[in-house]
Design a protein around this ligand. Structure first.
Ligand code: ATP
Length: 206
């Protein structure tokens, strides 16, 4: 089975995530995609981080869109800082017959070689990345250089052409806080969940 691993804080999951998951699944010919919400992101500030059980549930709601999407709570059950090398090692031990493709956006891709044990990550999974911003400052060139650096370490990389979707969880949290609409930016079921649980400062009216 060719299995994509799509890790993130998903705080909250949004349509940009769903869009690139579709691109990855198609371009990389994936049989399934494991969406893995991090417990504690090593590379990001945890300010405004919704509870792990909420982020997990929102991923479950979003993943109803495609039967090939599965939500995996491995990092949440493990607790502590969520390192991809640990996750890949554990998944490879549990499912040795699987071929792993690690999926990510440009921001994560450009920092990959500074992650915990990058050489182990590259030995266990193929890397697939998509741009997430416009190529107006040599972005594709920087991604290409990074791909070459990874290949020089023995890794396999593919940069997928994907339509640029300018949406982030940060923008969604901000809009929710300001009472602005997020319609079209997150799946309606996720928006409903956020309202019900009063996440990100959004509360049910009436
Ligand atoms: P935040 O704004 O809180 O930092 P985020 O929008 O970057 O969050 P994450 O859950 O951290 O969301 O992202 C998970 C993965 O999805 C990362 O690899 C990230 O690069 C990628 N990603 C998120 N949004 C997009 C997008 N609009 N286009 C391409 N890739 C994206």
């Amino acid at each position: 089975m060719r299995t994509g691993i799509f890790g993130g804080t998903f705080n909250p999951v949004h349509c940009g995530h769903l869009h690139i998951a579709q691109v990855f699944t198609r371009e990389m010919n994936l049989d399934q995609v494991l969406w893995i919400p991090t417990y504690q992101p090593p590379h990001k500030e945890s300010r405004e981080l919704a509870g792990a059980e909420h982020r997990l549930e929102m991923c479950r709601l979003a993943c109803k869109e495609d039967p090939r999407y599965k939500v995996c709570d491995l990092e949440i059950r493990r607790g502590g800082k969520s390192y991809t090398a640990d996750t890949l090692r554990e998944l490879s031990r549990l499912y040795p017959e699987n071929r792993w493709v690690l999926l990510m956006g440009e921001d994560m891709f450009l920092t990959l070689l500074h992650w915990y044990h990058p050489e182990e990550i590259l030995a266990l999974a193929e890397i697939c990345a998509v741009p997430r911003s416009q190529d107006d400052s040599g972005l594709l060139q920087r991604m290409q250089q990074q791909a070459e650096a990874i290949a020089a370490m023995g890794g396999t990389v593919r940069i997928c052409p994907a339509e640029y979707w300018p949406v982030s969880s940060t923008e969604i949290r901000e809009k929710l806080r300001q009472g602005k609409t997020v319609s079209g930016l997150i799946p309606p079921s996720v928006e409903q969940y956020i309202t019900q649980k009063g996440l990100y400062g959004k509360e049910e009216i009436g």
